[in-house]
Write a protein that binds this ligand. Structure first.
Ligand code: FE
Length: 230
């Protein structure tokens, strides 16, 4: 299986390319990087079958619509997304196949009400991989103060992720410090957002952050509901 972590430095977004038996999936692709993705898919002789967003992003514009038009892939959001343009929507527990592999969609609301993680189960000697969106970041978690975010829901979602085997790799949708990957055990032990006593304490912590709105929020959210083609 082929696996690549790609980076958009403007929004500090990680995009993931996975491929098996010539069929590829892109997770959280960025519109500005469309040409790079098409070049890479061509270089590696891969056919893009799926493009997925973990949630409706507020900080960059998705490439889902452009990738669908350019490659004929299916583009998917979670069923809770207010997207009018997805080829399909996925739901909790849904298998999303590519080649002989499949991602499993986990609905993990809290950062937004349409937040999902994707789990690639363990195979051979490779531990499971969790594409954790903005639900679980390295030593952090996605903010919960807009887009129907809810800190208590996110706490519950995080507890669910912590039920995964400790050696599960964690691949987040963003990192602002250059960290690339973590594991469930590492985050359980060292992520400060996971060291609080429970949902109430977590909600108090998140309410104390007082973060500014993302610079692109007013443009990106409506554009992403149109698959980046507004
Ligand atoms: Fe986000």
């Amino acid at each position: 299986m082929l696996f690549r972590q790609l980076f958009d430095s403007t929004s500090s977004t990680y995009t993931y390319l996975l491929a098996d038996s010539g069929e590829a999936v892109l997770i959280d692709p960025v519109k500005d990087k469309l040409d790079d993705y098409l070049q890479l898919l061509g270089d590696l002789q891969l056919r893009l079958v799926l493009a997925l967003d973990t949630h409706t992003h507020a900080d960059h514009i998705t490439a889902l619509g452009d990738l669908r038009d350019a490659t004929g892939c299916r583009s998917g959001f979670g069923e809770q997304s207010a997207s009018s343009c997805a080829s399909f929507t996925f739901t909790e527990g849904e298998r999303l196949p590519f080649g002989n592999k499949a991602l499993v969609a986990w609905h993990t609301p809290g950062h937004t009400d349409d937040s999902y993680c994707f789990l690639l189960p363990a195979h051979d000697t490779q531990p499971a991989r969790l594409f954790s969106g903005d639900t679980l970041l390295i030593r952090g978690s996605g903010r919960t103060d807009f887009q129907n975010g809810d800190a208590r829901q996110q706490w519950a979602s995080l507890q669910r992720l912590l039920s995964l085997p400790g050696d599960t790799d964690v691949w987040p949708a963003h990192d602002y410090k250059g960290w690339t990957c973590s594991s469930i055990a590492e985050e359980a032990a060292h992520n400060p957002r996971l060291q609080v006593a429970g949902a109430d304490a977590y909600a108090a912590l998140m309410a104390s952050l007082n973060l500014p709105n993302p610079a692109m929020m007013d443009i990106a959210v409506p554009a992403n509901r149109a698959c980046g083609q507004d």
